[in-house]
Design a protein around this ligand. Structure first.
Ligand code: BTN
Length: 232
C-alpha cells in the first residue's frame, strides 16, 4: 500500500494534525513532528514530547471500526518489531499498549476513534528515542533507546520501518478480519500473560495473575477468590 508521510518541526499534537487531514478527506497517512507542544497520552495525561523522540500519528479509515483495539495491537507489534530490528533491544509489549524494556516504558500508543459521516481512527505512537533527560514525573518509569544502548537512533529510519510494518499488519490482517493472526503476533511479543499484575481502575485496585487475553483484547485475570475477572 502507498502511504504518505507529513513531517513537521513543531505542532501541538500529531493527533490533532491527523484529525485536520481527515477532515480534508485524507487517509492512510503518517504525521510526524520533531516536537509536540501539547501532546496527550491515555486518560488525557500529558505526554512529554521534546526533541529526540519519535512522535507520530497514523490515520486510517477502515471499513470495520468495531475492532479498534486491534489497531492498537498492530501499532504495538509494529513498534516492538521495529525497535528490535533497529536497536537490537529485546523489548516486550505490556498490555494493552506500551512497549517496555526491563520494566521501563519506551513507547506509548493512543488510539482515538472518530465516528460521524466518515469514521476514522488515529493511532498515535510515541517512542522515547534519543532523549537523555526525563522530567521528574517520569524519570523512574521511562527510558529511551539511547538511555539503554548509548547509541543514537536514526528517527526517520525508525519511523519508516514502523509505518511500513503497521500498514502491512493493517492490510494483511486487520482489513481482512484476520484478528487471530494479530493476537498471535501480539502474544509472541508480550510478556503480560502469566504475570502477576496490579490492576488500578477508577473504582478499585486489585492484584491477580493474568491467565489469558480474550478476543476483545481484555485481560482475563485470576483473582484471589479463584474467580476470573475481565479487565478492559
Ligand atoms: C500513552 O502511553 O499514554 C500514550 C502516549 C501516546 C503519545 C503519542 S506521541 C504522538 C501522538 N500525539 C499525541 O499527542 N499523542 C500521541
Amino acid at each position: 500500500m502507498v502511504f504518505k508521510t507529513y513531517h513537521f518541526k513543531s505542532i501541538s499534537s500529531t493527533q490533532d494534525k491527523a484529525k485536520e487531514f481527515a477532515s480534508k478527506g485524507l487517509e492512510n497517512i503518517a504525521v510526524i513532528s520533531d516536537v509536540q507542544t501539547k501532546a496527550r497520552g491515555r486518560f488525557k495525561r500529558k505526554w512529554h514530547s521534546s526533541r529526540g523522540g519519535l512522535w507520530m500519528s497514523i490515520l486510517v479509515k477502515p471499513g470495520n471500526m468495531g475492532k479498534m483495539q486491534y489497531l492498537t495491537f498492530c501499532a504495538a507489534i509494529a513498534a516492538a518489531d521495529s525497535i528490535k530490528k533497529l536497536s537490537k533491544l529485546n523489548v516486550k509489549i505490556k498490555w494493552p499498549n506500551d512497549v517496555h524494556y526491563n520494566r521501563k516504558k519506551l513507547c506509548g500508543i493512543l488510539t482515538e476513534g472518530h465516528f460521524g459521516k466518515n469514521d476514522y481512527a488515529i493511532i498515535g505512537i510515541g517512542i522515547n528515542t534519543n532523549q537523555t533527560k526525563f522530567s521528574n514525573d517520569i524519570k523512574n518509569t521511562a527510558a529511551s533507546i539511547k538511555s539503554i544502548t548509548h547509541k543514537n537512533t536514526d528517527i526517520k529510519k525508525l519511523s519508516q520501518i514502523i509505518t511500513t510494518n503497521f500498514f502491512n499488519l493493517y492490510n494483511n490482517y486487520y482489513c481482512k478480519n484476520k484478528f487471530e493472526e494479530i493476537m498471535q503476533k501480539w502474544k509472541s511479543n508480550s510478556d503480560t500473560i502469566g504475570k502477576k499484575v496490579k490492576v488500578i481502575t477508577t473504582k478499585k485496585t486489585f492484584i491477580g495473575n493474568v491467565i489469558n487475553i480474550d478476543e476483545d483484547c481484555n485481560l482475563i485475570i485470576k483473582y484471589k477468590n479463584k474467580k476470573n475477572k475481565i479487565v478492559e
